[in-house]
Write a protein that binds this ligand. Structure first.
Ligand SMILES: C[S@@+](CC[C@H](N)C(=O)[O-])C[C@H]1O[C@@H](n2cnc3c(N)ncnc32)[C@H](O)[C@@H]1O
Length: 201
């Protein structure tokens, strides 16, 4: 046993390379993954619901778009592929996840438009047209709230955030909390026990 979690900053376990295959909106993806990152062996079912049910950015979208907690980069790669003119920022605390996302952005031909960064390295004056996240519930409620308080205010005035949370991990209480914080929140979809929340100002 090691003390590593998927949100460990520098995983100490050796990176066992893997590949994850999935399809979104008629496009096939084969992305690099590795032990020590979230859902290393398959596209997470919550992420799959998010990418199936939320409204992907259109072909003409320019962003910038933000993926909070990018893991090995499935959301980032789908956003970058759906919006081939958009800039995408991919943020994670886990160095291995960031390295994989950068490699996967290159795989989908978006290396020049995908900026992979640790949270503190995102320029403070950037606002985002869209924020996407399968947020890290397991860091704890207070930390999750802090994460959302940090990033949601970075939405552009007419921006949209798309979040997916399992109902049994508090999807509905997170919905209520976001409303209490003054956000407009719509339960856009519910599938396989996951809530897809659409959040606006
Ligand atoms: C549920 S996983 C989702 C990963 C990926 N987006 C996916 O769908 O497979 C959440 C991610 O958030 C990252 N994370 C944890 N705490 C974070 C923080 N404070 N800031 C940014 N990312 C964080 C974790 O390392 C993890 O990769």
């Amino acid at each position: 046993m090691t003390g590593d979690h998927y949100f460990t900053a520098e995983p100490t376990t050796p990176a066992q390379p893997r590949e994850v295959e999935f399809s979104v909106a008629g496009r096939d993806y084969t992305l690099a993954s590795a032990s020590g990152v979230f859902s290393a062996a398959r596209l997470d079912p919550g992420t799959a619901v998010l990418l199936r049910k939320a409204e992907l950015p259109g072909h003409d979208a320019t962003g910038p778009l933000l993926d909070v907690g990018c893991g090995f980069g499935p959301i980032t790669c789908v956003l970058a592929s759906s919006a081939p003119a958009a800039t995408v920022w991919a943020v994670d605390v886990n160095q291995r996840a960031r390295d994989l996302t950068a490699a996967n952005a290159a795989r989908v031909g978006a290396a020049g438009r995908v900026h992979v960064a640790a949270p503190d390295d995102v320029p403070a004056d950037l606002t985002f047209a869209e924020i996407w996240s399968n947020p890290p519930i397991h860091i704890g409620k207070a930390e999750l709230h802090e994460l959302l308080r940090r990033w949601l205010p970075r939405l552009a005035p007419d921006g949209v955030a798309w979040l997916v949370v399992a109902r049994h991990l508090g999807g509905d209480s997170l919905h209520r909390w976001l409303v209490e914080q003054g956000w407009q929140v719509e339960r856009h979809a519910s599938q396989k026990g996951f809530r897809v929340l659409r959040v606006t100002r």
